[in-house]
Write a protein that binds this ligand. Structure first.
Ligand code: SF4
Length: 321
């Protein structure tokens, strides 16, 4: 099958291309992103894809059009709903090219980002598929989002810091960031032996961490209203983290636990890096109350002492931005 893959940017393309190629699908890339502003940013992302496509021997068709004026004219009255215009504009162009040039199917790297409106992208693609009579290959690539970024970082090519349009740039640096719920996505990290999962069964975790010197009551207090995640290695949970939204901008790290046999092997570090990455869009800062002996580890993580002390705990804070 010959598939035309709309590519929003090189980092997002990494795992989409890998996954499709592993299924023996012949992939060509298609660059058409008039939503990326300002011009220097557009060029940086375009050049990153040009370099990356050479590295992975990917044929890319470039519709090289910097569309600031047209894009802003079209979205200025629908700013809160601008992404639907943005998706449709880019995806329909892709579909038309695919149809005119004999491709069997199309898809898009937009399906990898947990920050995008995944359901809307899927719906638009399904509608375009019917309208233009071409197959849409749907895959929920989101679980590969972070591993794709990690792989791309090694290329040392340019990686963007906001979605694309000038309005998303303003939101990223000045405005209120949107809140994202990643609770339904199990991200795969670094290699296939690791999986990072939201844990829904709180009773289960109580039993798992009871062998620590911590009472059942304390655990219940910890997990009430909290978000609990686990790091799985080779199918087994080895590390857990309990997080509690402390305020609109601050996330509290209530508890970090690694099974005895897996300690001092870098797993706590790994789970924290995942948490920082997952939550930096939603929260400005992370705080944690520490006992004296825990402080050196968290200083290495970039935490600094915070003025507040409660219940023998010294509070530390880290900027997530
Ligand atoms: S936020 Fe991103 S998807 Fe939405 S309109 Fe801007 S560039 Fe397009």
């Amino acid at each position: 099958m010959r598939l035309l893959l709309h590519i929003c940017c090189a980092p997002c393309s990494v795992m989409c291309i890998k996954t499709l190629r592993e299924e023996n699908i012949l992939v060509d890339g298609f660059w058409y992103n008039p939503n990326i502003h300002p011009y220097t940013e557009y060029q940086n992302r375009l050049n990153a894809l040009k370099e990356y496509s050479k590295m992975i021997d990917l044929n890319v068709i470039y519709e090289d059009y910097y569309g600031l004026k047209e894009f802003t004219k079209n979205v200025i009255d629908i700013l809160d709903n601008r992404c639907s215009y943005c998706y449709l504009n880019r995806l329909e162009k892709t579909v038309l090219y695919a149809k005119e040039n004999g491709y069997d199917a199309f898809s898009t790297t937009l399906l990898i980002s947990p920050y995008q409106n995944h359901d809307l992208i899927k719906k638009i693609c399904e509608q375009l598929s019917i309208k233009h009579n071409i197959k849409f290959i749907y895959k929920d690539f989101r679980k590969y989002y972070f591993i794709g970024k990690d792989i791309f970082k090694d290329t040392k090519l340019y990686m963007q810091k906001y979605c694309g349009c000038i309005f998303s740039e303003e939101e990223r640096y000045l405005g209120e960031n949107k809140k994202y719920d990643f609770s339904n996505i199990s991200f795969i990290r670094n290699n296939n032996n690791f999986e990072f999962k939201k844990i829904e069964n709180n009773e289960n975790i109580i039993n798992k961490i009871l062998d620590e010197n911590i009472s059942k009551e304390e655990i219940y207090n910890l997990i009430n209203n909290s978000l609990i995640y686990g790091l799985k290695k080779d199918g087994k949970f080895i590390s857990y983290v309990i997080l509690l939204p402390f305020s609109k901008d601050i996330l509290e790290l209530k508890y970090l636990f690694t099974k005895k046999e897996y300690r001092n092997k870098g797993y706590a570090n790994k789970i924290l890096k995942i948490i920082y990455g997952n939550y930096k869009q939603n929260y400005q800062k992370m705080i944690i109350g520490l006992k004296e002996d825990q402080i050196p580890f968290f200083i290495k993580q970039g935490f600094n002492e915070f003025y507040e002390r409660k219940n023998d705990l010294i509070y530390y804070v880290k900027n997530l931005k």
